[in-house]
Design a protein. Structure first.
Lengths: 260, 695
C-alpha cells in the first residue's frame, strides 16, 4: 500500500483527496472518518501535519512507511473517543456552573423579597377586592414602597396604569404604581412639549427678542432714542457685591485710623 | 386730606401666565379662561367682567382644550393625557379620566351636549359619552398618522372635522371612519420645508370646513367633495385660533402677530341672496400670539401669550351705545396678592410657587410732603437711608400653586394654602435676622382654603375653605388650637371668598358667591346677621375701627356701608344710594380690591382699584352727575367760596398706576405697590418679528 506523499500546503484534507489519487480505501476512509468525526479541523490537521514533517525529512532517501488498515482505524477511533470525552466533560462543567449561578440568584432574590406571610396577605387581598385607598403619604415614602412592591407585586394588569391595592400593613395605606408606565407617559409628555416649543419658537419661526420688539418705536422717532432695555443690570453682580463690601470695610478702616 | 409719606413699591415682580384657552358659555354669559400654569378662571361677563371663581393651577396640568357641556359643566384636557371635570360649586376638581392616548391636544363637545371627542398625540380620536356624573369611553375612530391638533363637530352631530399636521380628515361619527382626507399646502403657492400645522378647524352647517394653519392661511373646504373652495392668506405668521358665532354668519381668527381678524358673511351685492365670506375688521390689541378666541353673540373675546384678556363688543350687535360697548382689557388680577404687616412695615408677596417677604425702606430725610390732588405742587422724592430688604423667599413644595396667603399684623405668623395642604409658619426677629419655624400637623380640614385672615391682635386665624365652612383657630406660642367651625347655612356648598375682621376682634364678615354677606360674632361664636344679597359679586370687604361699619364694594362699582351693631345700612349709605353714584365712578373698568380706614379719622374710607385710589370723606357733600368727579384741589389763590362749592366727598388721585395694592401703614404713611405694564412685558416670551420701514 503506497501512500502518496501529501504536499506541504495547508489545503484541507478534502482537496487533497481530490487532487491526488486516493491510494487506498483505508486512507480514504480514514480521511473521511477524520473529516466526519472531528468538531474542529485543527485536531484533524495535526496528525497529518506530523506525518508531513517526517515525510519531508526523509523525502528522497527512504521508502514510505507501511500502515495497516486496522491500526489506522484504531487510531481514528481513539481520536473520536478522546474528543467525545472532552466534549462531555465540557458540557458537564458548564452545567455545574449554570446550576451554581441559578442557586446564587435564587438566594439573592429571597433575601430581597419580603417574608412569606406578607406576600400571602398581598395575594389574597389583591384577588378579593381592589379599591382606592384614601390615605396620604409623603412623596418619598411612596417612591420607596413603589420600588419595593414592584418586585413583589403579584397581579399586573396590562391595561391599568395605576393599580391601587388595599392596605395590608397596620395603619398604612398606599398606592402601588408601575414605574415603567410612568416613564412612558412622561416621555410622551416631554415629546409633546418639545413639539409645541419647536413649532412655535423653534428654527424657521420668525421670532425676535422683547428688547428689539419694544425698541422699534424708538428707532423711528424723529429724535432717535435708546433701546427699551438699554442697560443690562444683571451684568457683573458678583463684582458689584464685592466692591460694595470692600467699600464698607475701607470706610470702617478709615474711620478707625482717622479717630486715632 | 392731610399729608402723607408714600412708599412707592415697584419690586413686586408679578408676571401673570399667558392665556391658553378660552371658552364661552351662552346660557350663563360666563367665560372660562385657562392659563399656561394650569389655573382656570371663570369670569362673569354680565357682572362687569369680574373674575368670580378660579381653580388653582398645577404644574402637570397644562391644559390644551377647555369646553362647556350641557348644564354648566366644565371639562378640560391637557398634555398629561387626562380629561378633567371641574366642580363649579365646591371649586375643586370632580374627577380626572385618563384617555390612554397620550397627551391630549384638542377636545370638542357635540352640539347636543351628550358626547365628547378628544384628539390625542398618537393620532386617535376617542369618543366619550357624558353621563350624569361621569364620562365613559365609547369607542375609537380610525387612527390617523399624526397627532390630532383640532376638532370640530358638524352642528347636526353626524360628522367631525379633525385637523392634524399637513392634512384635515373628515370623519363620519356613526362608523368612525375617515370619509375625506384633505391635504393642505405647506406654504401659499410656494414650497416650504416646515410642516403645515392645522391649528384650528370649524365645521359649518352647510358642510363648509374652515381651517387655519401655521402658514397664515384661512381656507374654506367643501366636506362633501373634499376639495378646497377658497383660500385667504391673512398673515405671514401662524393663525392660531378660530371661533364661529352661533348664527354662523361671522367668525373670528387670531394670529401669532397679535392681530385678530373678523370675517363676516356678506351678500355680494346689496340685493342679491348670494353671500360670501369677507374679512372685515382687523384688531390689534395684543403684542404676542393670540392663542385663544371666542365669539359671544355680541363680542369678540381673545387671549394669548401677552396675558391680557380682551373683550371687544361688536358695534353692530350692541343695542344701546353706551359704555358697555367699550373695549375691555383685563390685565391685573381681581384679587389681592399682597398682604401687609403694619407694625413691622413688612409686605408679603404671593407668587404661584413661592412667597416673598420684604421690609420697607426708611428715610430720615424730611422734605416737602406730597400734597395730594394739588397739581403743580408735587412733593419731594425722599432718598432712602435704608433700602428695602428682601427678608424671606419661601418656596412651596410640590407641584400645586399657592391659592392664598396672609401675614399677621404683628408680623410673626405667615400662613398659606395650596389645594392639598395648609402651611403655618412662626417668624422670630432678633436684631436684624429673622428665623422661621414651621407649625407641623395642621389639620386636614384646613387645606384648599380660599381666604386666610389673621385677627388684629394676631391671636386668632380665620380660614375660609372651599367647602363653604369657616374655621376659627386660636394661635398660641408655636402651636394652635381649633376653636370653632361655622358651617354653611342651608346645606348648600358655597365657597366663601372674602373675609374681613373688625379691629376690636368681635366681628367677622364673610362673603360667598351668591348669598349675602354673613356677619359672625366671634365672642359668642354664632351668626349675628346677614347683609341682604345683591346681584353683583362682592369685590372687597372691610370693617371700620370704632364704628364697626361694614363697607362692601361690589363689582358694578357700588359701595355699601352697613352698621353691624344696628343691623342696618347707615344713613350715609342710604343717601348715596338714593342719589346714585357719579356716572364716571360707575364706568370704571377695574374692581375695587382693597378698602382700609384711617385710625384717627372715622369719616374717611380709603379704597383703590388698579388705576386710581380714592379717599371718601363722608362729611363732605356728594357729587351729582354734573360736577366734575376727578377734581384735584384748585390752587390756593382761588377764593374760598369756589373751593367749598366744588369740593365733594370723592377725592380721587391717579398718580400711582397701575396699582396692585395700597394701604395706610400709620397715620402719616401710605404704601403703594405699583406694577408698570412695561415690566411685565419685558419678561414675556419672544414675539413675532415685525418689519418696519426704516429700521
Amino acid at each position: 500500500m503506497v501512500q502518496l506523499r501529501p504536499r506541504a500546503s495547508r489545503v484541507p484534507a478534502s482537496a487533497m483527496v481530490d487532487e491526488g489519487q486516493p491510494a487506498s480505501e483505508e486512507e480514504e476512509a480514514a480521511e473521511h472518518g477524520l473529516l466526519l468525526g472531528q468538531p474542529s479541523s485543527g485536531a484533524a490537521a495535526e496528525p497529518l501535519e506530523e506525518e508531513d514533517g517526517e515525510g519531508d525529512d526523509e523525502f528522497d532517501d527512504e521508502a514510505p512507511e507501511e500502515l495497516t488498515f486496522a491500526s489506522a482505524q484504531a487510531e481514528a477511533r481513539e481520536e473520536e473517543r478522546r474528543v467525545r470525552e472532552s466534549v462531555r466533560r465540557d458540557k458537564t462543567l458548564l452545567k455545574e456552573k449554570r446550576k451554581r449561578r441559578e442557586e446564587l440568584f435564587i438566594e439573592q432574590k429571597k433575601r430581597k423579597l419580603l417574608p412569606d406571610n406578607i406576600l400571602e396577605k398581598l395575594t389574597t387581598a389583591g384577588q378579593t377586592r381592589i379599591k382606592k385607598s384614601s390615605g396620604k403619604l409623603k412623596e418619598a415614602t411612596l417612591q420607596k414602597k413603589k420600588e419595593e412592591y414592584e418586585k413583589g407585586s403579584v397581579s399586573k394588569n396590562a391595561e391599568e396604569k395605576v393599580q391601587k391595592v388595599q392596605s395590608v400593613g397596620q395603619n398604612k395605606s398606599y398606592w402601588a404604581l408601575r414605574l415603567k408606565d410612568q416613564d412612558l407617559r412622561d416621555s410622551r409628555q416631554e415629546a409633546a412639549k418639545a413639539f409645541i416649543q419647536n413649532s412655535l419658537y423653534g428654527p424657521g419661526t420668525n421670532r425676535t427678542t422683547i428688547n428689539k420688539f419694544l425698541s422699534l418705536e424708538n428707532k423711528r422717532l424723529p429724535v432717535k432714542k435708546a433701546a427699551a432695555q438699554f442697560l443690562n443690570s444683571a451684568w457683573g453682580t458678583q463684582k458689584k457685591q464685592n466692591a460694595k463690601r470692600f467699600k464698607r470695610r475701607w470706610m470702617v478702616r478709615k474711620m478707625k485710623t482717622s479717630k486715632k | 386730606m392731610g399729608e402723607f409719606k408714600v412708599h412707592r413699591v415697584r419690586f413686586f415682580n408679578y408676571v401673570p401666565s399667558g392665556i391658553r384657552c378660552v371658552a364661552y358659555n351662552n346660557q350663563s354669559n360666563r367665560l372660562a379662561v385657562s392659563r399656561t400654569d394650569g389655573t382656570v378662571e371663570i369670569y362673569n361677563l354680565s357682572a362687569n367682567y369680574f373674575q368670580e371663581k378660579f381653580f388653582p393651577g398645577h404644574e402637570s396640568r397644562a391644559t390644551e382644550a377647555l369646553c362647556w357641556a350641557k348644564g354648566q359643566r366644565l371639562f378640560s384636557a391637557g398634555l398629561n393625557g387626562e380629561i378633567i371635570e371641574y366642580d363649579l360649586q365646591a371649586l375643586n376638581i370632580k374627577y380626572a379620566v385618563d384617555a390612554f392616548g397620550g397627551p391630549i391636544w384638542s377636545m370638542a363637545i357635540s352640539p347636543h351636549g351628550s358626547q365628547l371627542l378628544v384628539g390625542c398625540e398618537d393620532g386617535s380620536v376617542k369618543l366619550f359619552q357624558i353621563t350624569l356624573d361621569k364620562i365613559q369611553f365609547e369607542r375609537n375612530f380610525d387612527r390617523q398618522k399624526s397627532r390630532i391638533l383640532s376638532l370640530s363637530w358638524h352642528p347636526s352631530g353626524t360628522h367631525v372635522a379633525a385637523g392634524s399636521i399637513d392634512y384635515i380628515s373628515v370623519f363620519d361619527v356613526k362608523s368612525g371612519s375617515a370619509v375625506h382626507k384633505m391635504l393642505v399646502d405647506r406654504q401659499y403657492m410656494s414650497v416650504s420645508k416646515r410642516k403645515c400645522i392645522i391649528w384650528g378647524v370649524a365645521f359649518l352647517s352647510d358642510g363648509t370646513v374652515i381651517s387655519v394653519d401655521s402658514a397664515g392661511k384661512v381656507q374654506f373646504w367643501d366636506s362633501a367633495t373634499g376639495t378646497l373652495v377658497k383660500n385667504h392668506l391673512i398673515a405671514s405668521a401662524d393663525v392660531q385660533s378660530i371661533a364661529v358665532s352661533d348664527q354662523e354668519d361671522s367668525f373670528v381668527v387670531g394670529t401669532a402677530e397679535g392681530t385678530v381678524f373678523h370675517f363676516q358673511l356678506v351678500s355680494v351685492t346689496s340685493n342679491s341672496s348670494e353671500k360670501q365670506w369677507v374679512r372685515t375688521k382687523p384688531f390689534q390689541h395684543h403684542t404676542h400670539d393670540v392663542r385663544a378666541v371666542a365669539h359671544s353673540p355680541t363680542a369678540l373675546i381673545s387671549g394669548g401669550t401677552d396675558t391680557h384678556l380682551v373683550i371687544r363688543p361688536l358695534m353692530e350687535k350692541v343695542e344701546v351705545k353706551n359704555y358697555d360697548a367699550a373695549l375691555r382689557k383685563i390685565t391685573f388680577p381681581h384679587r389681592r396678592l399682597i398682604s401687609c404687616s403694619k407694625k413691622r412695615q413688612l409686605l408679603l408677596f404671593q407668587f404661584a410657587h413661592h412667597l416673598e417677604l420684604w421690609r420697607l425702606g426708611s428715610t430720615v430725610a424730611t422734605g416737602k410732603p406730597w400734597k395730594f390732588l394739588v397739581p403743580g405742587k408735587n412733593g419731594d422724592t425722599l432718598p432712602l437711608s435704608k433700602d428695602a430688604d428682601h427678608l424671606l423667599h419661601l418656596k412651596t413644595k410640590g407641584p400645586e400653586n399657592i391659592i392664598c396667603s396672609c401675614i399677621s399684623p404683628c408680623g410673626s405668623w405667615i400662613a398659606y394654602s395650596t389645594t392639598s395642604r395648609f402651611f403655618l409658619y412662626r417668624l422670630n426677629y432678633e436684631h436684624d435676622n429673622i428665623s422661621l419655624q414651621r407649625v407641623s400637623k395642621m389639620p386636614a380640614f384646613l387645606r384648599s382654603a380660599l381666604q386666610i385672615l389673621f385677627s388684629e391682635d394676631s391671636t386668632k386665624l380665620f380660614v375660609a375653605s372651599n367647602q363653604g365652612s369657616l374655621h376659627v383657630i386660636r394661635l398660641l406660642e408655636g402651636s394652635f388650637k381649633h376653636l370653632h367651625t361655622f358651617q354653611p347655612q342651608s346645606g348648600t356648598v358655597e365657597s366663601m371668598c372674602l373675609l374681613a375682621v373688625s379691629p376690636d376682634g368681635n366681628w367677622l364678615a364673610a362673603s360667598g358667591t351668591s348669598a349675602g354677606v354673613h356677619v359672625y360674632n366671634i365672642k359668642h361664636l354664632k351668626l349675628h346677621c346677614t347683609v341682604p344679597s345683591y346681584n353683583f359679586p362682592v369685590t372687597a370687604l372691610a370693617i371700620a375701627p370704632n364704628t364697626n361699619n361694614l363697607v362692601i364694594a361690589h363689582s358694578d362699582q357700588q359701595v355699601f356701608e352697613y352698621s353691624i351693631p344696628d343691623k342696618q345700612y347707615t344713613e350715609w349709605s342710604r343717601t348715596i344710594q338714593k342719589q346714585g353714584f357719579h356716572y364716571l365712578w360707575l364706568q370704571r373698568d377695574t374692581p375695587i380690591t382693597h378698602i382700609s380706614f384711617h385710625p384717627k379719622r372715622p369719616m374717611h374710607i380709603l379704597l383703590h382699584d388698579a388705576y386710581m385710589f380714592c379717599i371718601i370723606d363722608k362729611s363732605l357733600p356728594l357729587p351729582n352727575d354734573k360736577t366734575l368727579l376727578y377734581n384735584p384741589l384748585p390752587p390756593t389763590n382761588e377764593s374760598d367760596v369756589i373751593r367749598r362749592r366744588t369740593a365733594h366727598a370723592f377725592k380721587i388721585s391717579k398718580i400711582y398706576k397701575p396699582l396692585l395694592f395700597m394701604d395706610l401703614l400709620d397715620e402719616r404713611t401710605l404704601v403703594a405697590v405699583e406694577r408698570p405694564l412695561d415690566d411685565i412685558i419685558a419678561q414675556l416670551p419672544p414675539p413675532i418679528k415685525k418689519k418696519k420701514f426704516g429700521t
